[in-house]
Structure formats: structure tokens, C-alpha cells
Design a protein around this ligand. Structure first.
Ligand code: PHE
Length: 392
């Protein structure tokens, strides 16, 4: 069941401005598939996220980032005098529910653009629907390359996994001087499988060896047999490109089995829950991410301050990516004279050097931005900035 997230629908301030009716005639044949246009004083956009379940912090943080962006936009007058309203649906972390939510947003709520999902497997379930109806979709943080390959209406504001895999392979080889690495991947997760492959490819090219490649499935609780097999190969690091709940448990069980090699991961680790679950066991591990709260740039520090004022906590990377996805969409909408879906699509595609919290965003021909990544080290429940790696 999809549920409307309780704190999700932004209350739209009463607008006293009288607006011309939305220009339906200017719709091209292209947008006829959904017929979505803006009428009245409100621009409706949709959001799909995991607000509950074992990846709930992904959905909630992203949602909060979006809400901050919407609040600021509407306070500044909205877009062409219209306020933006977000209809947010919870997919409970399930791809099938993400698809159901997508159909509802398009067919019932008549949204003109969609923000979501975080997880690549769920964005992959949503993207073909957005493409069929020609509704622009921006994933804040799905990093698997296949997501934007679903069609020309699908975008993202994050880097992609071939880059992220390279970042961690280079970090293992150059910074940790590791020669032998083990992999423990989630075979039910497109992101995890892709990232494990990209990591292995680069690590081997650099001269390293993948001594063992083990797997688990999201939802598993016991990883001891895989970790025992890994222990027998004496790796110098273990690459675990999964999500925080399983990674937290894996770190505890690895320490329990006497494994001392650091765990390495990707952005899927980014949650305050990771250290809550993993406790001291996750200390000394490293992961790639989209941003660091220790970044002193004015954009980042301003965002952290405003987010803290609204939600009372420091924003994680997901919150920053949700905020950036919304900003990129709003910027594109402002450049779309009649706010038709083909115009919005073209305007997103034309995004160049947009100053976002997580860096400059320029869409390439495949609707992916080229951005740098940071590597963070986990120390005493906090994420310590190590280095920034730029794409070549
Ligand atoms: N990149 C992950 C994916 O594609 C999702 C994710 C992004 C998780 C950022 C946490 C932080 O599935």
C-alpha cells in the first residue's frame, strides 16, 4: 500500500494574484501522452521515496531537503507567480510500490515532474513509466548508469557508479596501499551489483587482486558464513557496496569473527543509522559520498544552517541531494515559458554550471552531471572528510 506521507503535502499559501489560464494550446504532441499542464495557481510535482522500511532515512532526508527548497521557493514568490506543491508518496523501499506510486502521481495527481527515487532499483522501476508519459523525472541520488538510460525524460543530479567505483578502487590502492581486497555485494540491489563490478574492474586494472567475491540479499541478518569465507583469504580491505542497515550488521559480525581489515563502501552507507547499528565496529571504515558537512564553501554552510533551523539536525548527503534535485527542477521550470513537460525536459537537459550544494551541475548528453566525490572516514560515530576526487 502506498500511503501519503503525513508531513508531505506542502500547504499552499493563498495567492491573491490572478493568473492567466495555463496555455494548453501550446502543448506539443510530445506532451500529449500525459496531458499534464499547469492550471490554476499551483504547480504540482510528485515525489517518491522510502519514508518507511530499512532505508527510511534515505526517503526522509531526501524529503526534508526537497521541503526546504520548496519553502524557500514559495517564500520568494514561486514560479511565475505560482506556488509549488509536492505530493509525496512512500514506497516502503519496494520497487513494485515505487511503480504504483509513479502511476498514481501521473494519472491521478497529474503532477508535471517527479523527484525520486534514491535507490537505483526503485528509480529503475519508475523511469519507464515517466518516460512513457513523458513526465520529467530527476533522481536525486540513484547512481546506477541504467537509470538515465531509460529515456530522455530521465535525469539525475549525482555522479554515477563507474566513477564512484573508481574513486574507491583508487582510494584502496593508492591511499590504503591495499593489494588484496574482498567484495561482499547485495545481489538483490542493482546499485550494489553495479558498484561491485566497477570497483573490481578498476582495482584489477591498477594491479590489485579481488581475492573473493561473496554475496547476500537485502534483508539478510546473518553474514557469518560469507565473512568466514572472506577471513580465510586474508584481504587487506573488504568492499561492501550496500545500504546502511546491512552494512552496520556486517561490520559487527566481521569484528566478531576477528576481521580487522577496514570495510569500504559507497554512498549507500550515508545515514546516521549506520553508526547507530554498527557502533564501534564500523570505526576506521571509509566510504565515498556526495558531500561533506566539513566543506567550508558558503553554499554548503548556508544549506546546513537553514536545514538545521527547519529540522533540528545536520543534513546528511541525501538531504543535500534532495535539495539540489529540487533546485535544478525549479531552475528549469523558471526557464520554461508555458511550463509544459517537453519545455521542462529541455530546460533540465540544458542545465549548465548550476551552483548546487553538492557542486556545479552541468547535464551531459546522457543526462548525468559530471561531479566530484568525497571520501569519508568513520571515526567515533562521525564522518571525517579525507579527500575529494575529481572526475578526469
Ligand atoms: N546511490 C544509491 C543507489 O543508487 C542510493 C544512495 C545515494 C544511497 C546516496 C545513499 C546515499 O542506489
Amino acid at each position: 500500500m502506498i500511503s501519503r506521507h503525513p508531513f508531505s503535502v506542502v500547504l499552499v499559501a493563498l495567492s491573491v494574484v490572478l493568473l492567466a489560464p495555463a496555455c494548453k494550446k501550446s502543448q506539443t504532441a510530445d506532451s500529449a501522452a500525459s496531458g499534464a499542464t499547469v492550471s490554476g495557481n499551483v504547480i504540482k510535482i510528485g515525489e517518491v521515496g522510502s519514508m518507511t522500511g530499512s532505508e527510511a532515512t534515505f526517503g526522509i532526508s531526501t524529503h526534508n531537503g526537497i521541503m526546504l527548497a520548496v519553502k524557500q521557493l514559495n517564500a520568494a514568490g514561486g514560479i511565475a507567480g505560482k506556488k509549488v506543491e509536492v505530493v509525496s508518496l512512500d514506497d516502503q523501499g519496494k520497487p513494485e510500490e515505487a511503480a504504483v506510486a509513479m502511476n498514481k502521481l501521473i494519472n491521478q495527481d497529474k503532477v508535471i515532474a517527479i523527484l525520486g527515487e534514491v535507490a537505483s532499483s526503485r528509480s529503475l522501476a519508475m523511469a519507464p513509466i515517466a518516460q512513457t508519459h513523458k513526465i520529467p523525472m530527476i533522481s536525486p541520488s540513484s547512481t546506477n548508469p541504467k537509470v538515465t538510460e531509460q529515456g530522455d525524460y530521465i535525469f539525475r543530479v549525482c555522479f554515477i557508479d563507474p566513477f564512484q567505483g573508481t574513486v574507491m578502487a583508487k582510494f584502496a590502492w593508492e591511499s590504503l596501499k591495499a593489494k588484496k581486497v574482498a567484495i561482499l555485494r547485495d545481489v538483490k540491489n542493482d546499485y550494489s551489483v553495479g558498484l561491485a563490478d566497477y570497483f573490481a574492474e578498476t582495482f584489477k586494472k591498477l594491479g590489485g587482486e579481488i581475492v573473493i567475491d561473496q554475496s547476500y540479499s537485502a534483508g539478510d541478518m546473518d553474514f557469518k558464513s560469507q565473512l568466514t569465507a572472506i577471513r580465510s583469504k586474508n584481504p587487506e580491505a573488504i568492499f561492501v557496496p550496500g545500504y546502511y542497515t546491512e552494512v552496520g550488521l556486517i561490520s559487527i559480525q566481521a569484528k566478531g569473527l576477528g576481521l580487522t581489515a577496514p570495510l569500504l563502501g559507497g554512498d549507500g552507507w550515508d545515514s546516521p543509522k549506520l553508526t547507530e547499528i554498527g557502533g564501534d565496529s564500523i570505526n576506521g571504515s571509509y566510504f565515498a559520498n556526495h558531500y561533506s558537512t566539513e566543506d567550508n564553501s558558503p553554499e554548503v554552510q548556508k544549506f546546513i544552517k537553514e536545514y538545521k533551523e527547519m529540522f533540528g539536525v545536520v543534513p546528511d548527503g541525501l538531504a543535500a541531494m534532495g535539495y539540489d534535485a529540487a533546485l535544478v527542477l525549479f531552475d528549469a521550470m523558471k526557464r520554461s515559458p508555458q511550463l509544459t513537460t517537453p519545455q521542462i525536459r529541455d530546460a533540465i537537459a540544458a542545465t549548465q554550471k548550476f551552483k548546487a550544494v553538492t557542486g556545479l551541475i552541468s547535464m551531459d548528453a546522457k543526462r548525468n552531471p559530471v561531479k566530484s566525490a568525497v571520501v569519508l572516514k568513520i571515526e567515533k560515530k562521525s564522518f571525517k572528510y579525507q579527500t575529494t576526487i575529481n572526475p578526469t
